[in-house]
Design a protein around this ligand. Structure first.
Ligand code: PEP
Length: 249
């Protein structure tokens, strides 16, 4: 099992309006959250500053993406330096929607991680297999390949959290069973032990994502190698997100 603090991230994706974001921030500010949990939310870029200014300091801010290098002539992109300038502490990289809808590959994602970390932006590094890969018995191969691409570009793991998010579970309502998630989390920890170090394997948080909600979080949180969650849909509802944060055991 990991030794790191329980970590819960909310990925708001491309959702929200000024009104709904104001309401969500108010609900999060009112929520009673366990102290011993690292809580992070990732609003769309355009609301990052608003959320940073209005949300309790007990919750840190993450971006959902960042540019692969220093800012400049890259139309439509946002750089790690700009995110740091705004008070943003984290960035989600390698999310399945960016891999499979936008087409980002392992190498590009690895470079993004290296650059973000070099600018002191902490990284939520996402990995996970598609349904056909699981059915073909390739879950570990796929996860380890994605993990290796991160590991090849990360020298210091202090500021990295790994999110295991099976693609078939994201936004589908089909959550992995606690056993399915635990099996992969344990394998990921073992991979880190063999290929990075025992120390990194022990302190690195491995969080689960994919249709986590207020009803299924408690059973998942009991698993030995589940160190928290990355939450999409349910993070748009303040009270439910608080329930997930408070599922820490
Ligand atoms: C996600 O996108 O990181 C995610 C886990 O989404 P959902 O909780 O909606 O499945």
């Amino acid at each position: 099992a990991g030794t790191g603090k329980f970590f819960v991230g909310g990925n708001w994706k491309c959702n929200g309006t000024m009104d709904s974001v104001t309401k969500l921030v108010a609900d999060l500010n009112d929520a009673k959250l366990e102290n011993d949990v690292d809580v992070v939310v990732a609003p769309p870029y355009i609301y990052l500053d608003k959320v940073k200014q209005s949300l309790t300091d007990l919750i840190e801010i993450s971006a959902q993406n960042s540019w692969v290098g220093k800012g400049g002539a890259f139309t439509g992109e946002i750089s790690a330096e700009q995110l740091i300038d705004l008070g943003c502490k984290w960035v989600i990289l390698g999310h399945s929607e960016r891999r499979h809808i936008i087409g980002e590959d392992d190498q590009f994602i690895g470079k993004k991680a290296a650059y973000a970390l070099s600018q002191n932006l902490k990284v939520i590094a996402c990995i996970g297999e598609k349904l056909e890969e699981r059915e073909a018995g390739k879950t570990f191969d796929v996860c380890f390949q994605q993990l290796k691409a991160f590991a090849d570009s990360i020298s210091d793991w202090t500021n990295v959290v790994i999110a295991y998010e099976p693609v078939w579970a994201i936004g589908t309502g089909k959550v992995a069973t606690p056993q399915q998630a635990q099996e992969v989390h344990a394998a990921v920890r073992d991979w880190l032990k063999k290929h990075v170090s025992a120390e990194v394997a022990s302190f690195t948080r491995i969080i689960y994502g994919g249709s986590v909600n207020g009803s299924n979080c408690a059973e998942l949180a009991k698993q030995e190698d589940i160190d928290g969650f990355l939450v999409g849909g349910a993070s748009l509802k303040g009270p439910e997100f608080a329930t997930i944060v408070n599922s820490v055991t």
